[in-house]
Design a protein. Structure first.
Length: 266
């Protein structure tokens, strides 16, 4: 087991505007992952939400990145975009068994994203969480819920997630509920407010604040302003694994923001 650390990255690595402000001019498209992974410490793969990758593709991702690099994967939408989540067993098993374990230790959290219209049903959601395996082919799995309806903004949901050992996305957005479990040892933050006018994607003071928050969360602390739904009464973890992804907003600035945050954390 590797000790918890702070990782910073972006969503994906194929994005046309990055070819004139992140990747060097003329850089081969086939080597963009190699370039990005040498400057970031994690990437969230969104494409796996829409189609299941082959084992060969996953192995290629693994072999194109540094030894200490980590991917998070969005799980298949066929598991989460359904009326009855308890019936998702076959879709969950298909995704987990598709070959994602080829990543080995580079497999980070698996993100299960739900539609903004999906309401919290305690019984059905508990049945879904029971479908998520703790390991696959001998590889431990970590699961993160990306819930997007305001009905999840309740201590009942956080307690349910805690019982099943899953984390919840901390969304920095005006569109989705912001949730945080102070007792979780995994923080998965998606930052959605990069700005085109900022060369580093965010104002310097914003990046300074994010770096301070990341360090405090990593060491088990709680920054001011977290969206806590309940008193932080339970035992806080001595250390947390922290993932911060610059996802949307001015996406063309996402790599610059991630690299600027990594410089501050260094």
């Amino acid at each position: 087991m590797t000790p918890p650390r702070i990782r910073v990255g972006v969503g994906g690595w194929v994005y046309e505007p990055w070819r004139n402000n992140f990747y060097p001019a003329g850089w081969p498209h086939s080597r963009e992952l190699e370039y990005a992974s040498g400057r970031l410490s994690a990437i969230e793969i969104n494409g796996t939400y829409y189609s299941t990758p082959s084992r060969a593709s996953v192995a290629k991702w693994r072999d194109s990145t540094p030894d200490d690099f980590v991917f998070s994967l969005k799980a298949s939408r066929f598991a989460t975009n359904r009326r009855v989540l308890a019936e998702a067993g076959a879709s969950v098993a298909r995704f987990i068994g598709s070959g994602i374990t080829e990543l080995g230790p580079k497999l980070g959290p698996i993100v299960w994203q739900f539609a903004p219209t999906k309401r919290f049903d305690p019984v059905d959601f508990a049945a879904f969480l029971q479908l998520l395996p703790a390991q696959a082919e001998g590889l431990p799995l970590r699961h993160v819920m990306d819930v997007r309806h305001d009905s999840f903004r309740t201590p009942e949901y956080l307690a349910l997630a805690r019982r099943h050992g899953v984390a919840t996305v901390l969304t920095e957005s005006d569109d989705y509920p912001a949730l945080f479990d102070a007792q979780s040892d995994l923080v998965y933050a998606r930052i959605m407010r990069t700005e085109s006018a900022q060369p580093e994607g965010c104002a310097p003071q914003t990046l300074d604040s994010l770096a301070g928050c990341a360090r405090l969360l990593h060491t088990g602390g709680l920054p001011d302003g977290l969206p806590l739904l309940e008193p932080a009464a339970g035992a806080a973890p001595p250390a947390r694994e922290v993932f911060m992804f610059f996802i949307s907003g001015a996406k063309e600035r996402a790599p610059a923001a991630a690299m600027a945050l990594l410089r501050r954390l260094a």
